[in-house]
Write a protein that binds this ligand. Structure first.
Ligand SMILES: Cc1cc2nc3c(=O)[nH]c(=O)nc-3n(C[C@H](O)[C@H](O)[C@H](O)COP(=O)(O)OP(=O)(O)OC[C@H]3O[C@@H](n4cnc5c(N)ncnc54)[C@H](O)[C@@H]3O)c2cc1C
Length: 365
């Protein structure tokens, strides 16, 4: 389909969003080049909890079976634990979710992308780009690549979103995330969200002897990982003397907004298209689902010229899903900031487990 010297697609960013859309598009016969500034497989600050919808998307991409058993753990439920001791838990629907090491997720998606025929270039940053009526040019330090469409999957800070003037300033409290793994057998098959003052601990089993702890915090609550963890004494006791099983990795500010997700011959995908917060653990699922759907939509959109009108049906569906995620995340963030309301909601949820399970089933698909 692509002209000589010009691909159908250049994807910038080899995170889950970029690898997934590259794999899905190449599997439909498109010629795809992926540029990643770092090395692959990649690690990243992440809670590593994949909700059921994300697990299904991984399966559809053919990547689920490639996750080694020692890098994953089943997640059957989500449990919220308040500093006051109030706790509520809901089972995930169906097969449940998955805790998975980012390096293993990256390796599985990379293998699918390469098997589908994607040309993957590591340690190759996109340094600039230009959109024209008939295509895009993306410059790396060593070459200029041409394609019919550019997918910017370049993460939270998305240089492409910024260069395009699509970065919308966000106000309010800035939040950050930092994670480490502990070498300990998981004590539960639930992903746990521990609420503290100005910070939460997001605890995910992600291997037979590995538990990840991501601390999500406001700028004012920032301290060292160890000091922030001490603010959850019951969790600290659970971890006991378990050794660290990874280096510390951080990210933030978390909240980002894009004024648009598509332009003629350009799509922003994954975190590059906007992010609210990690507190509901949905970023990966959103990224994988929207990448999969974009891969399905692209042959038709490219045949129609890859302009905004051709990309609009995908954009509308993705925007709907993002609005639901954003509303849900803002609600949980509101509870995180209001201890009294949170205690009341958790106590009510614990008294009505069936209603909570229905709510969670609706929320996480
Ligand atoms: C602390 C924390 C905890 C989280 N917990 C969870 C969780 O439990 N569950 C969940 O589902 N989600 C979670 N998330 C969110 C999840 O990590 C993101 O939503 C997900 O990584 C988005 O994938 P992405 O591909 O869009 O971006 P990324 O994974 O950030 O990938 C972007 C890629 O683009 C590359 N790149 C950037 N600029 C360039 C350039 N100029 N040229 C070439 N390459 C470039 C980067 O090197 C990177 O590899 C969490 C996030 C944080 C910060």
């Amino acid at each position: 389909m692509a002209e000589r010297g010009r691909r159908d697609l250049v994807v910038v960013g080899g995170g889950p969003a970029g690898l997934a859309v590259a794999a899905a598009a190449a599997a439909r016969g498109l010629e795809v080049l992926l540029l990643e500034r770092g090395s692959l497989p990649a690690d990243k600050a992440c809670g590593e909890g994949l909700l059921p919808a994300g697990v299904r998307a991984l399966e559809a991409l053919g990547a689920l079976a490639l996750l080694p058993p020692e890098e994953r753990a089943p997640l059957r439920a989500i449990r919220w634990i308040d500093a006051s001791g109030a706790t509520a838990e809901a089972r995930f629907p169906g097969e449940g979710g998955l805790g998975v090491r980012r390096t293993a997720l990256s390796a599985a998606l990379l293998a699918r992308a390469r098997a589908a025929g994607v040309e993957v270039r590591e340690r190759t940053p996109a340094v600039s780009h230009r959109r024209g009526p008939s295509g895009v040019e993306v410059a790396t330090p060593s070459a200029v690549e041409r394609a019919a469409l550019l997918v910017a999957a370049d993460g939270l800070s998305s240089p492409i979103r910024v260069r395009e003037g699509l970065d919308r300033p966000v106000g309010g409290v800035q939040r950050f995330g930092v994670r480490r793994h502990f070498g300990v057998a998981p004590w539960t098959d639930a992903v746990e969200v521990w609420f503290g003052e100005g910070l939460e601990a997001y605890v995910t089993p992600c291997g037979p002897r590995r538990v990840g702890v991501a601390l999500l915090h406001e700028a004012s609550a920032r301290s060292s990982f160890g000091e922030m963890l001490e603010r959850f004494p019951a969790l600290r006791a659970r971890l006991g003397r378990a050794p660290f099983a990874s280096a510390q990795a951080g990210a933030g500010p978390l909240q980002r907004e894009a004024s648009a997700r598509i332009r003629d011959r350009l799509v922003l995908l994954g975190d590059a298209a906007g992010y609210v917060d990690a507190i509901t653990g949905e970023g990966l699922s959103l990224a994988l689902e929207s990448a999969l759907e974009l891969g399905r939509a692209l042959p038709g959109a490219l045949a129609r010229g890859a302009g905004e009108a051709a990309l609009a049906p995908w954009e509308r569906a993705t925007a709907r899903r993002f609005r639901v995620y954003a509303a849900r995340t803002r609600f949980v963030l509101g509870l995180a900031r209001r201890p009294e309301a949170r205690r009341r909601v958790l106590s009510a949820a614990a008294r009505h487990p069936r209603a909570l399970a229905r709510l969670v089933s609706w929320a996480v698909g």
